[in-house]
Design a protein around this ligand. Structure first.
Ligand SMILES: C[S@@+](CC[C@H](N)C(=O)[O-])C[C@H]1O[C@@H](n2cnc3c(N)ncnc32)[C@H](O)[C@@H]1O
Length: 260
């Protein structure tokens, strides 16, 4: 496979912190000042859509976002929310939750939700890892992580969202047979992700016989804002990975005892 570095090499977990330590959020939360209309949406619409961590910091299966019996889809780091709002409009019978900490991005999605009256999106505005920790086991049908911050410097790799700790939580909250989607234009982050995933027995990489299938976008894909930026900056190809949450191992059938 011509993806540059060898994904079978051991994962560089040394550049992560301890395997159990809480991963702090690193990044930009504020940006330009909000203009009048956006501030109003923060004051009036956001409180209606916001997912708050429950006391004790763990949701019961009954009090997580969305309505019972509907699929629950998570998007981590939705940026301006282009992909999330498209998905929510396309799949009105599913419930979506978007995690984003950057106020500019939250402002953009609020504007879109308000303008298009989108009823099936909830928003979590803190570090997505806190939400993952709080979700009940097997409570999410699919999760998207699209163009996560690449943190290219070696000393910053520990800030990448993909880590042994976050994958452990993702494996816990995604239902068996559920999907985890990852996209990036940065080859080093793609290799990093594959190396972590291949060390995580709870996920199976969905491979195909098509040549360079990892460059083929997901079905129905439309570029996100960051993908468009990557193309403008000359990064011609992206990596699109889908992983299935493995089904539990089959319990061997018990033989009935032979009759005497
Ligand atoms: C490079 S941008 C990509 C945005 C969007 N997915 C796209 O493709 O256009 C990554 C986004 O992830 C958000 N982010 C990074 N770490 C996060 C975290 N721990 N929880 C929630 N959002 C996070 C950042 O604020 C940023 O908006």
């Amino acid at each position: 496979m011509s993806m540059g570095s060898d994904v079978s090499k051991p994962v560089r977990l040394k550049s992560e912190r301890s395997k159990t330590e809480h991963r702090a959020f690193f990044g930009r939360k504020s940006g330009k000042r909000l203009h009048g209309g956006q501030q109003q949406l923060f004051d009036n619409l956001l409180p209606q859509l916001r997912v708050e961590l429950p006391e004790g910091k763990v949701f019961s299966p009954k009090n997580i976002f969305g309505r019972a019996g509907r699929k629950k889809i998570l998007e981590i780091g939705y940026g301006g929310g282009e992909h999330l709002t498209r998905q929510a409009l396309k799949n009105p019978d599913d419930d979506f939750i978007g995690c984003e900490v950057f106020r500019g991005g939250i402002g953009k999605i609020l504007k879109k939700i308000d303008a298009e009256n989108i009823p099936n999106i909830s928003l979590f505005t803190e570090d997505a890892y806190l939400l993952l920790k709080a979700l009940p086991d097997a409570s999410i049908d699919a999760c998207y992580l699209l163009y996560p911050d690449p943190w290219p410097k070696l000393r910053h790799h520990k800030r990448r969202f993909i880590s042994a700790i976050t994958l452990q939580e993702l494996a816990r909250v995604i239902i068996p047979g559920g999907l985890f989607y990852f996209a990036s234009d940065i080859e080093d982050y793609a290799n990093w992700t594959l190396a972590h995933m291949l060390h995580q027995p709870d996920f199976e990489w969905k491979i195909s016989s098509k040549p360079q299938f990892w460059h083929i976008p997901f079905a129905g894909w439309q570029p996100t804002r960051y993908e468009a930026k990557a193309r403008r900056e000359g990064r011609e190809q992206s990596f699109y990975f889908s992983f299935t949450r493995a089904l539990p191992a089959k319990v061997p059938l018990m033989f009935s005892s032979p009759s005497a």
